[in-house]
Ligand binder design. Structure first.
Ligand SMILES: [Zn+2]
Length: 144
């Protein structure tokens, strides 16, 4: 997975603007790389709760790029995060996330403990809890 955050960073690195007053010669490069890693990590482990990853990452890093690069930065981010999402969307069939942790249903039992059942790939809920997915998709669609 870190290959993807490195790839985004490498495509963008030449355009990053550094401000010597603000933490050193490569401080902004570091910030962009960390933001890419955080976004890919979150997309890989928590994609059902991450509604607009490309927009989120772009908003985090756009201040480090000149006006003339903004559109390209957004396109690069969208391109790579779409690939990450595609890879991650195939993973739940194995029963583990990208870090090898067992997947669990996103809901809780009546006792309040996390539901331990295997979730479905398309919505992250187990078969007994998947009705919860339909109630939450409406606000997401409206936002999109
Ligand atoms: Zn469940």
């Amino acid at each position: 997975m870190y290959g993807f955050s490195r790839a985004i960073y490498r495509e963008l690195a030449d355009d990053i603007v550094e401000d010597a007053q603000n933490g050193g010669a490569f401080a902004n490069h570091e910030r962009v790389l960390r933001a890419c890693e955080a976004t890919v990590e979150r997309l890989a482990t928590d994609r059902h709760y991450f509604a607009r990853p490309a927009r989120t990452l772009f908003n985090d890093v756009r201040v480090y790029f000149p006006m003339t690069s903004q559109l390209r930065v957004l396109r690069v981010i969208e391109h790579y995060l779409a690939m990450v999402d595609d890879v991650v969307s195939r993973l739940p069939k194995n029963g583990v996330d990208v870090n090898g942790n067992p997947l669990q249903c996103r809901s809780s039992t009546r006792k309040g403990t996390p539901c331990q059942r295997m979730p479905l790939a398309h919505n992250g809920y187990c078969p007994s809890h998947q009705h919860l997915a339909t109630t939450e998709e409406r606000p997401l669609l409206r936002a999109a």
